[in-house]
Design a protein around this ligand. Structure first.
Ligand code: FAD
Ligand code: FES
Length: 368
């Protein structure tokens, strides 16, 4: 075929495809134009006039009402539940796995999955109205291990951060490299709750991960980043004599904050902290915890290496963290357990704890 004919055909096809996408985008505007919708929150406590068409989660966020969300709206975390008394339509298949029968009866829904298409009546816990947004300067970025970075951020002048040790923030990444969109994920606060002008997160690189890729490859000291929070119900109850803390990887973040909280408040609890890692290169904050052990006799640090390498010259605990837990913790009497880390590690540890008499009322965790 003549080259000019090929060129003409390609040109015509491109024109047809451009015309089709213009028609699709126009018809979306015409048919999906939901106009202004009214969101009545908590029986008239707040009434918002919003443009319809976006998810309830992002519509509320644009009105500075921040609903917890760890997955950025992908329906994989189940954290973004709000009560929708009117205006949501039937439960979507993407919501099904996250809603218990009790929650369905209370009209709970995943706010990231529901589109605002008309007036709605909502129930939102009052404490979520106090969640703040911060635009922080990254003061330092530190490699804690080969795949974990500490991000220390300065809270802007005129604002203060107040949180319960153990809670998490939502961190927003910006477009970078080939990634064109902004995204956000949950990260536990690792800094002390007494520090109101800075906040620190420990972010482990997930290969191919959107937000961790941003932190590990694009973020620089001096950059401005957006955070919202604090969120979450992983915090100290303390109705006991002893606290058993268990973490792996970046799960150390909220546990560090909890340990400092107990120490700084002068609480009487004895603390045993079991930290599970593969080999020495996964250990961090070791000197700091060794110093705390010296300063506070009620605290002990038990690092466990599952696969120590010969060059590690490791003489401490070997095996999974559950081995040390089973050996050292005799019973659940007078104790509470706080766990943070991967689902596999947490499930195995919870099994050991329950065999010692811990119950759902004395075990608290954040899995990620
Ligand atoms: C309450 C809470 C607190 C959290 N705190 C921390 C924290 O302190 N530090 C921290 O590093 N992370 C923490 N996370 C996890 C964090 O929110 C992100 O899920 C994680 O950083 C991955 O984000 P991403 O955008 O890089 O990956 P995504 O782009 O979301 O995922 C990329 C791919 O990796 C998979 N993937 C996602 N997460 C993991 C994972 N953890 N391990 C293996 N594969 C994964 C996904 O299924 C997907 O296929 C927390 C999560 C929750 C719910
Ligand atoms: S934001 Fe994660 S399920 Fe809705």
């Amino acid at each position: 075929m003549d080259f000019s004919v090929i060129l003409r055909t390609v040109g015509i096809l491109s024109l047809i495809s451009a015309a089709l996408s213009a028609i699709i985008s126009l018809s979306e505007k015409v048919f999906n134009n939901y106009g202004t919708c009214e969101l009545d929150i908590n029986g008239g406590r707040k009434v918002l006039k919003v443009e319809g068409g976006r998810s309830l989660l992002s519509t509320l966020a644009s009105e500075k009402i921040y609903i917890p969300s760890a997955c950025g709206g992908k329906a994989t975390c189940g954290l973004c539940k709000v009560q929708v008394l009117e205006g949501a339509g039937p439960i979507l298949p993407t919501e099904e796995p996250y809603l218990s029968q009790q929650e369905r009866e209370k009209h709970m829904r995943l706010s990231c999955q529901i589109k605002v298409k008309g007036n709605m009546k909502l129930g939102i816990p009052e404490e979520l109205f106090n969640i703040q947004e911060f635009v922080c300067e990254v003061e330092s970025l530190t490699d804690m291990t080969y795949d974990i970075k500490r991000v220390r951020m300065k809270i802007p002048e005129g604002q203060q951060i107040s949180f319960k040790a153990g809670q998490f923030m939502q961190f927003y990444s910006k477009p970078y490299g080939k990634v064109k969109e902004e995204a956000f994920r949950a990260y536990s606060i690792s800094s002390k709750a007494s520090e109101h002008d800075h906040v620190e997160l420990l972010i482990r690189l997930v290969p191919g991960g959107l937000v961790t890729g941003y932190v590990h490859t694009a973020l620089k000291e001096g950059d401005k980043v957006r955070l919202s929070g604090p969120y979450g119900d992983f915090y100290l109850r303390g109705n006991c004599e002893e606290l058993i803390m268990i973490a792996g990887g970046s799960g150390l973040a909220p546990i560090r904050s909890l340990i400092y909280d107990v120490i700084e408040k002068g609480l009487p609890h004895k603390i045993r902290f079991f930290f599970g890692a593969n080999s020495r290169r996964d250990l961090y904050y070791v000197e700091e915890f060794a110093q705390i052990e010296k300063d506070y006799p009620q605290f002990s640090f038990i690092p466990c290496l599952a696969f120590p390498k010969p060059e590690d010259e490791w003489t401490g605990n070997t095996g999974f963290v559950t081995v040390a837990l089973d050996r050292d913790v005799d019973s659940g009497a007078g104790k509470e357990a706080y766990l943070c880390g991967s689902p596999g590690m947490l499930d195995a540890s919870i099994k050991v704890l329950k065999s010692k008499g811990f119950t759902d009322e004395t075990i608290f965790y954040d899995k990620f």
